[in-house]
Design a protein around this ligand. Structure first.
Ligand SMILES: O=C(O)CCC(=O)C(=O)O
Ligand SMILES: [Fe+2]
Length: 322
């Protein structure tokens, strides 16, 4: 009995040591875990780190569009009135380089204008940068870029004009202008096709090392963006019809400032209120950004849903030659 009692006490002592060992491990584990959590908290969530990139901008909100590029695409509100945004990570570096090389293949040309009262084309003195028009959906990359811009702006690719690639060498510029057609002064044929220019998306393919910002004088904003980011703004007031002269947003007056150091490349997409491509060409293009995906499915939607697809996804269903 005595022995058993002693044995019992020995067992009690052993389990006590086991318990306190276990307790010690729990406490140490808890401490390590809370230190880890604390250090993560101190680094802050990713969005804060991204916000700190642009400390001079006051009003911001973000919408994560996700899945559009390898790095996630998100929108920073720079100004509410006029409506101006920076779209981060819209294009990949490869897409930017591809657009530049296509523009070089097409050949860059100076802006030509016909001065009032003459019928001679002369080089513009207000727009000294050079540019090249790409064809609509000209290859898979251009199509992907146009689809991304359509998805971003919740428009269809055919609402957009062809991409225009702009090159600014040092000191070249695009002086103050607005992108909308002014129904008070511009001839109606400019805005009858697909309506007025609702949105402008200027994708930075290469920013200048110094200078070369997109300048909104009325909004007192000088913006520049990293390669693949875009400056986006609404040329028309919200919910307004672009044929109404009071609908254009005069505060969107802007300029491409001259680079002081280095050169600048951008690609501009002007997006109309309604279908624009369909009214300007009977070309070979898709009318919906998901056409490539639907056509590529097995079995392909071109066969499963031929009536709709042959009307809206002509290019992806290979009904025509681009
Ligand atoms: O290059 C810029 O920053 C401005 C370009 C522009 O205004 C345009 O393409 O309409
Ligand atoms: Fe412009």
């Amino acid at each position: 009995m005595h022995l058993r009692k002693l044995e019992g006490k020995g067992i009690q002592k052993g389990s006590l040591r086991l318990y306190s060992g276990f307790l010690f491990l729990v406490i140490v584990g808890y401490a390590v875990l809370s230190m880890l959590l604390q250090s993560l908290w101190m680094t802050g969530p990713k969005s804060d780190a991204l916000l700190s990139k642009a400390p001079s901008l006051e009003r911001r909100s973000m919408t994560n569009l996700g899945g559009m590029a390898k790095k996630s695409t998100w929108i920073e509100t720079v100004s509410v009135d006029p409506r101006i945004f920076i779209v981060h990570n819209l294009l990949t570096e490869e897409e930017c380089d591809h657009l530049v090389s296509l523009a070089l293949q097409k050949g860059l040309s100076a802006s030509l204008i016909t001065p009032y009262g003459t019928n001679k084309l002369v080089e513009s003195t207000t727009r000294t940068n050079k540019q090249a028009w790409l064809d609509f959906q000209q290859d898979d990359v251009v199509k992907r870029v146009e689809d991304k811009i359509a998805k971003l702006t919740k428009t269809t690719p055919e609402q957009g004009e062809n991409l225009q690639v702009l090159h600014y060498a040092k000191s070249q510029q695009f002086t103050e202008h607005h992108d909308y057609f002014d129904p008070a002064t511009d001839p109606p044929e400019n805005y009858e096709k697909g309506g007025n220019r609702l949105i402008t998306v200027i994708v930075y393919l290469q920013a200048a090392e110094e200078g070369g910002e997109t300048h909104f004088g009325a909004a007192n904003l000088k913006l520049t963006a990293a390669k693949g980011d875009a400056v986006m703004f609404y040329n028309l007031k919200h919910g307004c019809d672009g044929i109404d002269p009071t609908c254009v947003d005069k505060q969107t007056l802007h300029a491409g400032l001259p680079p002081i150091k280095g050169e600048k490349w951008v690609a501009t997409k002007w997006i109309h209120e309604r279908g624009y491509q369909s009214e300007t060409s009977g070309g070979c293009f898709d009318k919906h950004p998901k056409c490539t995906y639907w056509a590529g499915k097995t079995p392909t939607e071109c066969k499963l849903n031929p009536v709709w697809m042959s009307k809206n996804c002509r290019r992806s269903c290979k009904i025509c030659q681009p």
